[in-house]
Design a binder for this molecule. Sequence first.
Ligand SMILES: Nc1ncnc2c1ncn2[C@@H]1O[C@H](COP(=O)(O)OP(=O)(O)OP(=O)(O)O)[C@@H](O)[C@H]1O
Ligand SMILES: O=P(O)(O)OC[C@H]1O[C@H](OP(=O)(O)OP(=O)(O)O)[C@H](O)[C@@H]1O
Length: 231
Amino acid sequence: MSLKLGVPSKGRLMDKTFDWFGQRGIELGRAGSEREYAGYVQGIDNIELVLLSAGEIPRELAAGRIHLGVTGTDLVHDKLGQWDRTVAELAGLGFGQADLVLAVPRCWVDVNTLDDLDAAAAAFRITHGFRLRIATKYHRLVREFLRENGVADYQLVDSQGATEGTVKNETAEAIADITSTGDTLRANHLKILEDGLILRSQATLFRARKAPMDDADRKTLKTLLKQLELD
Ligand SMILES: Nc1ncnc2c1ncn2[C@@H]1O[C@H](COP(=O)(O)OP(=O)(O)OP(=O)(O)O)[C@@H](O)[C@H]1O
Ligand SMILES: O=P(O)(O)OC[C@H]1O[C@H](OP(=O)(O)OP(=O)(O)O)[C@H](O)[C@@H]1O
């Protein structure tokens, strides 16, 4: 058998993950053409690279189909209930930093905190006859956060991309999404609530707690962690 390492198959997370391993003497790369989702590993034996969508890596780890995986903490915490039962964090990789935040239109001058949002949501329901809509792809994290903070009169609207545009498009009144520079929020006339930080995320190396391993795999894992200085 071999140890399976899941890595994002495209974009900034893939490139920076390759760099991070490269700096530690393990060369990861894509094999074949730009479009082919096959990878190679050099500098250590018995590890197979599996190129996956960043959003699917949490599920693959939880199912034990990959032993190790790199993805954002936001995706692991959102996609896996009680995530620390199925996966363990081995190391934050120091890139892919982004904050999951709750934001409302800048023109809502009376809404700056979660308490304000709660009051606005109750008033919104009376005026409009339906609950204030919050667009997000982070359903679990947003629900938990709002429950913990006593905001109840809202509904989540699923948005898998271009979430900041939903307010202008009138499919939501507020959003919860990842931000790093803040440019996208500003460009879409949105402001973050003062206490609206839901989660700080970064790219992280995770280990599956329940992936099947034989003795050779355990030896490979030990060698890898030593080389990455994570033992
Ligand atoms: N602007 C950003 N700056 C830094 N990190 C970001 C930014 N946007 C998203 N990320 C992080 O990158 C990771 C992957 O994000 P996302 O799911 O949007 O990827 P994607 O490229 O759309 O991948 P896929 O569609 O294949 O799942 C997430 O953990 C997220 O926190
Ligand atoms: O704070 P900023 O630096 O502006 O970055 C934030 C944006 O980056 C991500 O989008 P991405 O580019 O991945 O596109 P998406 O909307 O399709 O997810 C995220 O969803 C925000 O929209």
